[in-house]
Design a protein around this ligand. Structure first.
Ligand code: NDP
Length: 258
């Protein structure tokens, strides 16, 4: 996506994958500061939360979420941002291809919404949903991580509520899968009646069992992970380059990414 966008705009940059072990993270960031030859980086599992304390500055949204997925190099300083929240919001504002949503904008206001997972992506979604007055339930395999999320994510004194994993209360108006479950065909929420909206963040071109089941269920609107992937990437691109992302070029390149 990024390389297609750089080529389209005639920019001389390359987007490359760099596997980085926990033990190498600090040294990798020091090299970025010293050599100054990169615009920045995306950060993904498992470094999104641990990278915060290694940066020179963290913007307000990323700090409130407690996770960074984008680093921008400014001179010898590294600044952390979170574009997952933006990507989630844009994915929901965009009408799903089946046109079944009656909402042209962000569809969730003052609803009850269940989030599966308590990692960086769940944190971004929880903040976006709380900001719009929703009641957010969090369920996670490791309940301590869900409790930590619920303590630290807050809007006007409101926090998510922790419910038991895997099937706590019935999902209310929507469920958001913010775990990787489904990527390799894992079934989730099998015994639960699906709510009106199903959002699955797993970025895959092959439908997850949850997406497949939701699409086959009447009156359920589905948002899959590809739209969020596109929009969070576009926002990162804009932070690095300072120019608008060529969204359609990036969308066309999406199938090659996954
Ligand atoms: P993290 O590693 O921060 O969190 C992973 C979460 O998934 C944790 O809550 C973890 O639970 C849970 N989990 C992992 N494996 C299992 C399992 N086998 N059974 C139950 N729970 C499990 O990752 P992120 O939050 O960054 O990402 C989560 C998902 O969201 C991924 O699939 C990622 O690809 C997707 N994502 C999609 C984006 C998009 O643009 N579409 C953007 C960002 C993320 P525990 O705490 O118990 O380990």
């Amino acid at each position: 996506m990024h390389n297609a966008a750089f080529a389209k705009l005639g920019l001389p940059h390359r987007y490359e994958l760099k596997e980085t072990a926990d033990t190498e993270l600090a040294a990798t960031l020091d090299r970025m500061r010293r050599e100054g030859d990169v615009l920045g980086a995306n950060v993904t599992i498992p470094h999104k939360e641990s990278v915060l304390r290694l940066l020179d500055e963290v913007d307000d949204v990323a700090r409130r979420i407690g996770a960074v997925n984008t680093i921008v190099s400014r001179g010898a300083r590294l600044i952390g941002y979170n574009t997952d929240k933006y990507g989630f919001e844009k994915a929901l504002e965009t009408r799903p291809p089946d046109g079944s949503s009656s909402s042209a904008g962000f569809p969730f206001f003052e609803n009850r919404i269940l989030i599966l997972g308590a990692g960086g992506a769940a944190r971004a979604c929880a903040l976006a949903l709380l900001e719009r007055g929703n009641n957010v339930d969090i369920t996670n395999r490791d309940p301590a991580r869900a409790e930590a999320l619920a303590r630290s994510i807050e809007v006007d004194g409101r926090h998510p509520r922790v419910v038991p994993w895997p099937n706590g209360p019935e999902p209310g108006d929507a469920v958001v899968n913010a775990t990787p479950l489904g990527l390799n065909g894992e079934e989730i929420l099998e015994d639960v009646q699906l709510p009106r909206w199903v959002v699955d963040l797993v970025p895959t071109a092959t439908e997850t069992p949850l997406v497949k089941r939701a699409k086959a269920t009447d009156n359920v609107t589905v948002v899959d992970g590809l739209s969020m992937l596109l929009h969070q990437a576009a926002r990162s691109f804009e932070l690095w380059t300072g120019v608008p992302a060529p969204l359609e070029v990036m969308r066309a390149a999406l199938p090659r990414e996954i």
